[in-house]
Ligand binder design. Structure first.
Ligand code: ASP
Length: 486
């Protein structure tokens, strides 16, 4: 065992137990423990975990840690050539199929298990992708580019700007659709940013992720990718969208507008939901894109494509006023001195004072109920307004609108400079404020930009079927849940 590289520099107790039973890393093993029997493959222990467990990939595909003090016996069968690489194949070219560009940013969708650390790491390669999901070749001709390789908590305005410029380049080149592989945690933030930065697109831009990595049997990576490629290559909706699992089964996916979508469950595959509206469309391999919303920006089939890169307010206003149908606006601007303040009872004004002192330019409040914070914040809010900080109010309830005329708190807050952001999601308002401040710092101009919808980040009303949150306990809901929860 000493010559096993995976264990170099490591002399822990887990190693001793493997030695005692003559079991090796990568062996197919049967392990008896005081907690039951486990069969699976022994994995190298992560560098940064304790030496009191051995790690196994069990038949379900999950990795488990077994406390060595519970092990009563082990038996191992050697795997002569352990191979955990996804086979790489060259993506074939099929005349007649649409050309789709996949821009990889990282996240679980581009991940595999790293047997050195035991963690899921970003690893993106076009050949690997095709090797893993050969059906993609029936959908489109694919070109891929790894733009970043990060988990999505590391995405930031800098990356949004780079992606917006890349989309502009691809529009110019005449691509039929773009898919952006992205971690799910902040997928919606990037989708909303790209909606403001890439306007009047001639073809779809589809952001896709997966909740479970492709080495797990329940992975949603392949299906989400197939759906995203279908929507990007064949669909008629030319907007920035998020494509993820629809119901809990793999029957169909949803396409959500980038500005109204949110990750709503930390582990479910069907985690993305449109808030305050219905999803834009369903997507399946059999039926393609089926719009749910009647109004959307349709694909332009003509070859004529013009791209304007806009970085000033005057140029933006002129381009919007001109409304040339074939012109795509790329508006890659962002002032990152913006924050979201989530109000909690007992919040003290020093939190806001710190932002004022640090030169922040914009704050999106996420207030209680119809848009409230406590009275103790009032003076600091006035100070922030006097310092030129643009303040907007969104609601913690997630669904619904700000209504700041109802209670005196709302009126007092507006009198101190806070502007209600209607039914904009806090994240969407935050990104939009950073984008708007990239164009202007004039209070009235920023207000106009903020309150003029670009793609449904503000809607005039919430349809009755835009608020459906089912919980069990009553017969009609139980029946419904059991029907859809396969
Ligand atoms: N933490 C990961 C990310 O957002 C999760 C995922 O990809 O689903 O990058």
């Amino acid at each position: 065992m000493d010559d096993n590289k995976e264990f170099q520099g490591y002399k822990g107790r887990a190693l001793e137990i493997l030695k005692r039973y003559d079991v090796h890393v990568w062996d197919k093993a049967e392990v008896e423990t005081t907690r039951g029997h486990f069969s699976g493959k022994i994995l190298p222990r992560a560098e940064n975990t304790d030496d009191l467990h051995i790690v196994m990939k069990v038949v379900t595909g999950y990795n488990i840690g077994i406390d060595i003090s519970t092990i009563t016996s082990m038996q191992g069968e050697r795997d002569p050539q352990p191979n955990f690489k996804v086979p790489e194949k060259e993506f074939p070219y099929t005349p007649g199929l649409p050309h789709v560009k996949l821009l990889g940013t990282g996240g679980t969708i581009a991940s595999r298990l790293d047997y050195r650390t035991g963690a899921v790491i970003p690893a993106f390669s076009p050949g690997e992708l095709f090797g893993a999901v050969p059906e993609l070749a029936d959908i489109c001709n694919l070109e891929t580019e790894k733009v970043f390789a990060v988990f999505s908590e590391n995405m930031s305005p800098k990356e949004y700007l780079a992606l917006a410029n890349k989309i502009g380049d691809e529009v110019r080149k005449g691509i039929d659709g773009i898919v952006i592989g992205h971690g799910t945690d902040t997928l919606a933030h990037t989708a909303t940013a790209l909606t403001y930065m890439c306007q009047n697109l001639p073809m779809p831009v589809v952001l896709v992720g997966s909740q479970r990595s492709s080495d797990r049997p329940s992975s949603d990576a392949a299906l989400n990718l197939m759906h995203a490629m279908t929507a990007a290559g064949h669909g008629d909706i030319a907007e920035v969208m998020v494509c993820m699992f629809g119901p809990t089964s793999d029957e169909y996916g949803f396409l959500h507008r980038g500005t109204r979508v949110r990750k709503m469950h930390s582990s479910y595959r069907s985690t993305f939901r449109t808030i305050g509206d219905t999803p834009l469309a369903t997507i399946s391999r059999k039926e393609g894109v089926r719009p749910i919303k009647e109004q959307y920006n349709a694909r332009r089939h003509g070859k004529e494509r013009e791209v304007e890169v806009i970085t000033t307010l005057d140029a933006y206003k002129a381009s919007v006023a001109a409304a040339k149908p074939n012109v795509t606006r790329i508006v890659p601007v962002f002032d990152d001195r913006v924050a979201i303040l989530y109000y909690y009872p007992g919040m003290k004004p020093d939190v806001l004072d710190a932002l004022i002192d640090r030169g922040y330019k914009g704050i999106v409040w996420n207030g209680t109920g119809l848009g409230h914070v406590n009275r103790g914040m009032f003076d600091a809010i006035q100070r922030a307004t006097d310092a030129g900080i643009h303040q907007y109010m969104s609601v913690q309830t997630i669904w619904g609108y700000t209504h700041m005329f109802v209670y005196d708190t709302g009126r007092d807050l507006m009198a101190r400079g806070i502007i209600p952001a209607a039914n904009m999601l806090a994240e969407s308002a935050y990104i939009k404020l950073g984008w708007a401040l990239g164009l202007s710092h004039d209070r009235e101009e920023v207000r106009k930009l903020m309150l003029t919808p670009i793609n449904d980040e503000l809607t005039p009303r919430e349809p009755i079927d835009g608020y459906l949150v089912y919980q069990g306990g009553v017969p009609e809901v139980e029946e419904f849940v059991h029907k859809v929860h396969k």
